[in-house]
Write a protein that binds this ligand. Sequence first.
Ligand SMILES: *Cc1c(COP(=O)(O)O)cnc(C)c1O
Length: 384
Amino acid sequence: MKGNFPIEKLKGLETPFYYYDTDLLRKTLDIVASEANKYNYQVHYAIKANANPRILSIIRENGLGADCVSGGEIMAALNAGFPTDKIVFAGVGKADWEINLGLDKDIFCFNVESLAELEVINELAEAKGRKARIALRINPEVNANTHHHITTGMKENKFGINLDQIDTVLDRLEELGSVQLIGLHFHIGSQLTDLHPFQTLCARVNDLQQQLSKRKVFVEHINFGGGLGIDYDHPNRNPIPDFQEYFKVFNKHFKPLPDQKVHFEPGRSVVGQCGNLIAKVLYVKEGSVKKFAVLDAGFTELIRPAFYEAHHKIENITSEEKEETYDIVGPICESSDTFAKQIDINKAHRGDLIALRSAGAYGEIMASQYNCRKLPKAYFSDLI
Ligand SMILES: *Cc1c(COP(=O)(O)O)cnc(C)c1O
């Protein structure tokens, strides 16, 4: 089964481009809201997955907050109209100007990743006569069982404060006058399709809270980060990730303190399935051992296959001819510019439109101008 595309309209557009199904995005957001509301969970969308301004406005209209990992993302969130009290700022290397921006805009919370960063935030806040609300990002040492490039919650990863350093950080916090601890933050990795690591995370956080209660540390909120995966193999069968099961795991296994709020920061699961990269076949190249479909899009438009060995479902949306086997490659002068090897698609001809599915997350936002290429445009199902 192939995706449902307005092919005649797409044929008139200059390729390659991103095509977003805004209906699907809205349906996904409805489900996120209804499932999260069941437990009064608060959701901040992780802007790094896709910061296209129109996508951000649709997400903001649906009431989500914004999780940012740079000053640029804070600006993108503000430009899209996210209220400052729904903006959180994470990241292992916050520059002074980025921290100052967060302070000036009085964002909801800084998720702090090290003692060194805590000192700097305190110093910059003090200089402005302010108090910064902070959460400590804790590295919970939970293996997310996902690709090693997108695992973040292990001791050897660069993210967060290690469990055995928490006491030192809390001791120092007591001495700092311009930061206020309001939460604990966790994010164990991305593209988790097995929910068990989240269950392990809940158990780890329960233990940690018990340990912290001994030193009378009680925080207002726990932030479990993002990471819920999407079905890259079957975007038509599973267009919306199972948010119901996802939130259920936390409701079942996490024991909040009285009145404690629970926050989430999904990125990929919100926007992944609504985006497609549409490219054109430039050439069908008959090599001596295999056939190549050479597209006019490469890793400059969608880097995930080259970067993370990721697979996207690939469809020839303008051919119904018998399937043949191809390597699907881009035009960039690097061997890693290969979207897929030896896959079957409907027989390809020069000019056919190819859809790379499930490209809404970490697609357009990661585009580059390598080889002096143009950045791709974006089109929306309700505006073309
Ligand atoms: C990347 C990131 C997210 C979003 O992850 P997804 O896998 O896209 O849901 C959430 N929180 C933090 C801190 C992140 O770095």
